[in-house]
Unconditional design. Structure first.
Length: 248
């Protein structure tokens, strides 16, 4: 199941002979994101040893914009992290570093390069699959082995550079699977529904109930929905027939 994580990335566009080349820190280690997850150092090592990620536009695998030339885990002490412009969390914990070359002979590659040079797109998102994880003592899900498929420049509202934001740009089927997984993880992590109930306010519970209620029709077989629509239509027709008889 492919997931996405967005990060306000540190990006450096290289000048000179390597025109069309960009460097970026596209994910930061040890940062707890809004889905209560953090990527651990070493998570990408095996995947990167097997294959470099694709470089695409907005997670659209039909729109490659270039080629990743280098990708590695930049750990504390790596010279790439000595840049004072880097966010503190990146310099302290390290992250996933890439160097990529835009395909300037294509429209998508040229457009992406110009947008990034202009600062229109200052975030990157990775497409990945979790192969191994564990829940830490603090209740945070640690991602310890990740298969990395692609990285993409994306346009998302600015987020603190030290926080990754999980974004679900998936098909409906994948989103449903991830929602189910999140609910199970939530219930398990918090020790069951009773404990969750004690932590939530009445307003939060009402909001959850409303959100779940909006899915009611999803659990009714399509045939039943069609039958209900037929009954509703027949009821309306009978109502108008009665009105017509009364007016006659």
């Amino acid at each position: 199941m492919i997931s996405r994580k967005n990060l306000k990335a540190f990006i450096k566009v290289l000048d000179g002979a390597s025109e069309g080349t960009v460097e970026a820190i596209v994910n930061t280690f040890e940062v707890i994101d809004s889905y209560n997850e953090r990527v651990k150092p070493g998570a990408f090592v095996e995947s990167l040893a097997e294959k470099l990620p694709k470089f695409v536009w907005g997670h659209d695998w039909q729109r490659p914009i270039g080629k990743v030339l280098e990708a590695r885990e930049a750990l504390p002490g790596d010279p790439i992290l000595n840049n004072p412009d880097l966010p503190e969390a990146v310099r302290r914990f390290g992250g996933l570093y890439i160097k990529a070359e835009f395909r300037l002979t294509t429209t998508s590659g040229r457009d992406a390069h110009e947008h990034i040079k202009a600062g229109d797109f200052d975030e990157y998102s990775i497409g990945y699959e979790v192969e191994a994880d564990r829940v830490g003592e603090d209740g945070v899900r640690d991602l310890i082995k990740i298969r990395l498929y692609e990285c993409s420049p994306v346009m998302v509202g600015a987020n603190p550079a030290t926080v990754t934001l999980a974004v679900k740009s998936l098909s409906d089927g994948h989103e449903a699977e991830q929602l189910c997984g999140f609910i199970r993880q939530w219930v398990q992590r918090d020790g069951g529904v009773k404990n969750i109930r004690e932590k939530l306010t009445e307003a939060q519970i009402a909001s959850l109930k409303s959100a779940i209620g909006s899915l009611d029709d999803l659990f009714i077989p399509a045939v039943s929905l069609d039958a209900q629509r037929d009954l509703d239509a027949e009821a309306k027709a009978a109502h108008f027939r009665n009105l017509a008889r009364n007016w006659a």
